[in-house]
Design a protein around this ligand. Structure first.
Ligand code: EPU
Length: 339
């Protein structure tokens, strides 16, 4: 049975670097340990928070319950057919290391998702995405521990109800399932996605003549390093807001008044707007309120310059939401879990 610790600072367990204590804390290294922790009579009724990389959370108060840090490791090719290989990563694997491992094995598919912070087990919750690819595009199935029954279950793609930065794990009985491993289907004949934003230009600038998972991954890493802060150097949780999806008719009205506004048409008469652009237009880029701030190179990212509290970051986020609502009449929603 792993050891329960009490009153542990969560500062090093969330990429915002917010310093709040957890009443109880435990790190689990195997499924057996996880099951033992969940069955513990003293801990059973306490509020529970399962942490992967802590890269998609804003902690605004002490956590008065049990924090479980999932450190389940391992990765393997579990099956192969004529068209694809199936690779499984345990939940605690670092996402970027997992992606790089698949590329080193000669498999393609996950390259556009290089350098996204977080873990393999957290990737389906958000359906992480970048540069024209979402995790769901390569997802095969996952194993989760159902905390209600104590049993392991397999969830196929349809059951996960993936959407833009969304899945079944963010709705209904949040926290019921603890993801323990994820399997991806990587097609043997890859499709390269280089049409998004600056990817093509980056490849050309880098003198890339042959497209492969390695060269695309490198280009994506170069773009991300230029545009997004490294959480080990500057506290952040990636995009703090989701790009809002509005009716195409509303987008048309806004576009007529703001000709430079990016609009990405979606299905069913909807359009996605760029939250970063909206926030930037409201003048927030590079703004600081004490140690909380808006990243100077990307308005969608809130940062902790050191010592910012969760409420300070959250208060800045609310001011940004209000100003975007006032100026454009558009609601922008936070992407991370706010606790
Ligand atoms: N823009 C601005 N000012 C800014 C930021 C963006 O004018 O400060 C404009 C850009 O010029 C561009 C548009 O807004 O025309 C969109 O910007 P960008 O292509 O950089 O992407 P994004 O919409 O800001 C999304 C994801 C990122 C992902 C990138 C690349 C969301 C919420 N964010 O950002 O994901 O890396 O596309 O695919 O969907 C994350 O989720 O944590 C994340 C970093």
């Amino acid at each position: 049975m792993p050891e329960f610790q009490s009153n542990i600072s969560l500062k090093s367990f969330n990429t915002f670097g917010v310093d709040v204590p957890a009443r109880f804390f435990v790190q689990v290294h195997s499924l057996v340990e996880l099951q033992a922790v969940l069955a513990d009579t003293d801990m059973k009724e306490k509020p529970r928070l399962v942490l992967g990389g802590g890269s998609n959370i804003l902690l605004t108060r002490p956590f008065d319950g049990l924090v479980i840090k999932l450190s389940l490791h391992g990765r393997d090719c579990v099956a192969e057919d004529a068209d694809a290989v199936y690779v499984k990563g345990m939940a605690g694997e670092n996402w970027h290391d997992f992606v790089q491992w698949t590329i080193a094995q000669g498999w393609a598919g996950l390259e556009n998702l290089s350098l996204i912070p977080g873990t393999v087990g957290a990737s389906p919750i958000q359906n992480v995405g970048a540069y024209g690819v979402e995790m769901k595009d390569l997802f095969h199935q996952l194993t989760a521990l159902d905390t209600q029954t104590g049993r392991l279950c397999t969830l196929a793609k349809a059951e996960c109800q993936f959407g833009y930065r969304d899945s079944v794990f963010k709705h209904g009985e949040v926290g019921r399932y603890i993801i323990v491993d994820v399997t991806f289907r990587l097609p043997k004949v890859p499709t390269w996605h280089t049409g998004y934003g600056e990817v093509q230009a980056e490849l050309i600038a880098g003198g890339v003549t042959e497209l492969n998972a390695q060269s695309i991954s490198q280009a994506i890493c170069d773009i991300r390093r230029r545009k997004l802060p490294d959480p080990t150097e500057l506290g952040n949780a990636g995009s703090f807001f989701k790009n809002p999806i509005v009716a195409q008719t509303q987008a048309d009205v806004l576009k007529a008044a703001n000709p430079t506004m990016p609009v990405y048409p979606q299905a069913e008469g909807k359009a996605k707007l760029a939250a970063g652009w909206l926030i930037d237009q409201c003048g927030w880029k590079g703004f600081n309120a004490g140690a909380a701030g808006v990243y100077a190179k990307q308005a969608l990212v809130l940062v902790n310059h050191g010592g910012a509290t969760g409420p300070e970051i959250y208060s800045l986020a609310k001011q940004i939401q209000q100003s975007v609502m006032q100026r454009f009449g558009v609601e922008i929603e936070p992407e991370p879990l706010i606790l």
